[in-house]
Design a protein around this ligand. Structure first.
Ligand code: ZN
Length: 245
């Protein structure tokens, strides 16, 4: 069964850099490169932290924007309360925001990279993949070409959605481990048909319950693809205006 991987490390924050670098070492040993690093800008980044980011870039990895401060304001609806408690653990910072506030947050995220002499990322991933009350197309013009949600990756220039399966490992309870194992099995099952599988790693995953599953992925050499090559693949048509994921 052949498919390529689109690997990423989420929640790249100043206090997580040791863990991020350790995971990158494993990716490097397996020859899985480039890895997309999802950077949370609105934190206390010091010059030495930014230097570590630049060192990762020099090794061929890529940056993406990942929210602003990665914390959700107090939930304003039952849906938001449930999402926060069950799925996103209080990080889905887009959810309580109106459309204009989401646009402002994404623009602020994009500006941060230039202000810190880092290359402008092509990809934006909302925390917990939760874009909130806005259609991806409304973010065209914010400086990011690609927006990633649970459904897949939206190419705002080509106006396409690439529906890509996803595996993840952030399981700190038995219930989450069981859920994610099933989710991963289903997604791996459709990976061959789609040709690409997103592999999303969080900094603490090597200490959590699915660490052996993750180690299996990191010890299996496999071709890696990148966003620019997605366009060469067969893709699903983009959703209509106003649709959300
Ligand atoms: Zn995150």
């Amino acid at each position: 069964m052949s498919f390529e991987l689109l690997p990423s490390i989420h929640d790249v924050m100043p206090h997580n850099l040791d863990r991020v670098e350790a995971i990158l070492e494993e990716f490097d040993r397996a020859g899985l490169r480039p890895v997309t690093l999802l950077v949370v800008p609105g934190l206390d980044w010091q010059a030495r932290d930014l230097q570590r980011l630049r060192a990762m870039l020099q090794r061929g990895h890529e940056l993406a924007g990942h929210g602003w401060h990665h914390r959700m304001a107090p939930p304003r609806s039952l849906y938001q309360r449930l999402h926060s408690a069950l799925l996103s653990r209080g990080v889905a910072e887009h959810l309580p925001l109106d459309e204009a506030s989401v646009v402002e947050l994404v623009q602020r995220c994009q500006r941060w990279f230039g202000e810190h002499a880092l290359p402008a990322p092509a990809l934006y991933v909302p925390p917990a993949w939760a874009l909130g009350r806005i259609a991806p197309a409304r973010l065209d013009g914010c400086g990011f070409r690609y927006i990633e949600t649970l459904a897949g990756i939206h190419d705002l220039h080509a106006r396409r959605l690439y529906r890509l399966p996803l595996v993840g490992f952030e399981a700190d309870t038995a219930v989450r481990a069981a859920f994610l194992r099933g989710f991963n099995a289903v997604n791996r099952g459709v990976a061959s048909a789609r040709g690409v599988l997103r592999l999303g790693v969080h900094p603490r995953d090597r200490q959590l319950r699915l660490r052996r599953d993750l180690a299996g992925w990191l010890s299996t050499p496999r071709p890696v693809t990148c966003l620019e090559r997605l366009g060469a693949r067969r893709a699903a048509p983009a959703p209509g205006p106003g649709s959300q994921h």
